[in-house]
Design a protein around this ligand. Structure first.
Ligand code: ATP
Ligand code: MG
Length: 423
């Protein structure tokens, strides 16, 4: 057996976890400042849920899902995205009966893609969903929320693309126009696109095949087929964004890779991460709740890739300091360990708490001081036999030439608080 993670799935090591936790704290804070509440869902759902919501003829469902049969013979799938589960949970828990819901979650998603920088088989998303909201105001607010987040995180080099996919009815006319356009150039399409031409011609627009980009660029655009209400909705979203000073580009070819979208779709892109430039994408899915068995409920949401967010944060110069211990407790001599424990606990009880690292595994005085130095702590607290007997502790600075001194255990917290400001 090779001791390696599954291809495309990453371990997050301590230094990385600190950055993740820092960013997650800020994202959570921003999302909740708009009234969204956290929800946590299973990572595995019935395969059928994803087939029905994402769509049979999509890259995710055709090629990328981790699907397996469990011991009962049920077909289950590791979630490739969060929206389907969010809607399922809204229905299963009766959250959408005569109420609106603003929900968010974060966690791992799974897609069997070709692993490369910024594209993994287990990756993480923040996911925000507003269910029961029909108007263009929430569309704009969800985008404005992202803009606020970029500002809070000090991120630059992000651009916003928006489009409208209309309603399923207005899309029918567009679908026909696409079929006739692509049929005329069928001999230049690839195998996937030819298959999709009959089943789901919109998906051709989402093709990543470079050879097709010319043909796709000249295809009819959905905006010419919008029904009056969708056009009005889209205009209102743009007006709100204009008023809020959030710049965007209308991108008529942005269709997104999932079938459930209606009306507004958007994508935040960066040029700072190479080929994997989509950082956050989303859109409206007014038909999905009903399709999955709930009462007709308009809804919209977005998903943000955490790996790409972290990468962009680092490209933009973001740093998170490692949290070092304030003091390292040296217990030198027989019978000093228990006293050192008690002292360390009393520091953790202090207000504000002082962060001690207790020497573990013994060692002579010199060895312990060496560890103290390596720990990054500002001070070593030395508990020897003398200190135990007299109820005192010796305090030695590890980062300056301040002279070593000793204090009664009862005065230690106050002495340290004076010397460790700004924690
Ligand atoms: P892409 O065009 O890069 O394949 P996507 O349109 O498939 O992205 P969505 O399904 O909209 O992505 O997911 C939302 C976000 O999740 C993306 O904007 C991206 O930041 C992130 N994401 C999607 N797939 C991956 C992946 N395999 N690895 C890392 N992050 C991903
Ligand atoms: Mg993708």
């Amino acid at each position: 057996m090779k001791s390696q993670p599954v291809r495309g799935m990453n371990d997050l090591l301590p230094g990385e976890c600190e950055v993740w936790a820092h960013l997650e704290g800020i994202v959570r804070d921003v999302i909740e400042s708009y009234g969204y509440r956290e929800i946590r869902l299973p990572i595995i759902e019935q395969t059928e849920l994803f087939r029905r919501s994402i769509g049979e003829v999509t890259d995710i469902v055709e090629k990328e899902m981790y699907t397996f049969v469990d011991r009962n013979g049920d077909s289950l799938t590791l979630r490739p995205e969060a929206t389907a589960g969010m809607v399922r949970a809204g229905i299963s828990n009766g959250l959408l009966h005569n109420q609106r819901q603003k929900l968010w979650t974060v966690g791992p998603m799974f897609r069997h893609e070709k692993p490369q920088k910024g594209r993994y088989r287990q990756f993480h998303q923040f996911d925000v969903e507003a269910m029961g909201y029909a108007g263009p105001d929430v569309d704009a607010e969800l985008i404005i929320m992202c803009a606020r987040l970029w500002k809070r995180l000090g991120l630059s080099r992000l651009t916003l693309e928006i489009n409208s996919l209309g309603t399923p009815e207005s899309r029918q006319g567009y679908r026909e126009a696409l079929v006739s356009y692509f049929s005329a150039v069928k001999n230049r399409l690839d195998e996937d696109s030819i298959r999709r031409l009959g089943q789901n011609p919109l998906r051709i627009l989402d093709s990543k095949n470079p050879d097709l980009q010319g043909i796709i660029a000249a295809a009819p655009v959905m905006l010419d087929f919008l029904d009056a209400e969708s056009a009005e909705h889209f205009a209102a979203v743009r007006e709100f964004l204009d008023a809020a000073g959030v710049p965007y580009m209308v991108s008529p070819r942005l269709v997104r890779g999932l079938d459930y979208y209606t009306r507004t779709v958007f994508e935040w892109q960066t040029d700072a991460l190479g080929a994997q430039g989509a950082v956050c994408s989303g859109g409206r899915y007014d038909g999905l709740v009903e399709k999955l068995g709930g009462r007709s409920t308009p809804a919209i949401g977005w998903a943000m890739g955490v790996e790409r967010l972290v990468a962009l944060y680092e490209v933009c110069g973001g740093k998170v300091e490692k949290r070092l211990p304030d003091v390292y407790v040296v217990a030198a001599g027989p019978g000093t360990t228990a006293a050192a424990f008690a002292l360390a606990e009393s520091l953790r009880d202090a207000s504000p708490p002082i962060r001690p690292e207790l020497n573990l595994g013994g060692g002579n005085f010199a060895a312990q001081l060496k560890r103290a130095d390596r720990s990054g702590a500002r001070y070593a607290l030395i508990i020897g036999e003398d200190e135990v007997r007299t109820g005192r502790a010796a305090v030695k600075s590890l980062r300056s030439d301040e002279a070593q001194f000793d204090v009664p255990a009862g005065a230690l917290v106050a002495e340290l608080q004076k010397r460790l400001p700004g924690r």
